[in-house]
Design a protein around this ligand. Sequence first.
Ligand code: PLP
Length: 344
Amino acid sequence: GNPSTLYSLARKPRKAVASARERIAACIGAKPEEIHFTSGGTEADNWALEGAAFCSPDRQGQIVTSSIEHHAVLHTCDFLGRLGYCIDLLPVNQDGTVAASVLEELLREDTILVSIMLANNEIGTIQPIRELAEVTHRHKSLFHTDGVQAVGHIPVDVKELGVDMLSASAHKFNGPKGCGFLYIRDGIAIEPLMHGGAQEHGRRAGTENVAGIVGMATALEEHQKQLKHEMTYLCGLADILLGHLRETGLDFLVNGSSNRIPGSLSLSFRGADGEMLLHRLDLMGTAVATGSACDSKAAVLSHVIQAIGVPDDYKHGTVRITLGMDNNEKDARTIAGQIARILK
Ligand code: PLP
């Protein structure tokens, strides 16, 4: 049954989608009507940026983002730049944090939107979103955050953060792939990205991915229930892994801020080759990433590692390890041992 139709067969899927919307809203402190289902984080990011930009009457104005955003934001900004909008990229400090004072200096009268990610997908750094949103609102501009790496892993409350829009993706919290949502605060008008039917309060056309939406709500609720335990457990596992690595005497840097997503580690080994390390670890049964998972086929140094200025003799030896609830202490020890065996 198609949830948008009138026959009785549609009642069950319609109820399932409505309930998923309520359950997701409750997890992030939003109202159900502020949740808009999308095909994932990429669509949510594209929609937030393009939707806000296209509201500008003269198709001009400034859009501000950071130099370490995911390509779903950076490439959308490139596109909007080609259309004539002014795109400004904020620098980050060595741990990947954006300073509110730097943002304030850059804002202009015609700033349409500021988009800064809640947590970085490579180095895990969590941004001071509340502060950045406050600065943006003082300038009467909109604030969007890419919450794809954060939702389901740290407490996220859209009202406490004070954001106008937030993107999320189900597969980042063990939900189905190809499903996500965009939170749009009540009263914020942005142009649709998808034109057609009247789904998603008439703002995002297309028959709902019912199974994906229900799976996403259930996965997020599951994470939410054990959030505190998960955060403590994963921080502990990461510490064990780092402790064992340090004992091996390997020379490496831990990238990003100490305020980062639990279980997310970006490590740069001096004189090593991250891609070689990835393939050797893969043969040993351990899956890691080098740069961003989305461009791990390209051997170019990631824009995030460049932006935070990892020293030359370490930067090519960068790997990203993401520990999850299926990992245990033994895994942490094993991974450290495998890395030591390969590099020594
Ligand atoms: N934003 C961030 C920070 C991400 O890490 C990702 C995916 O890795 C995306 C956006 C894109 O999300 P999706 O793969 O659901 O389109």
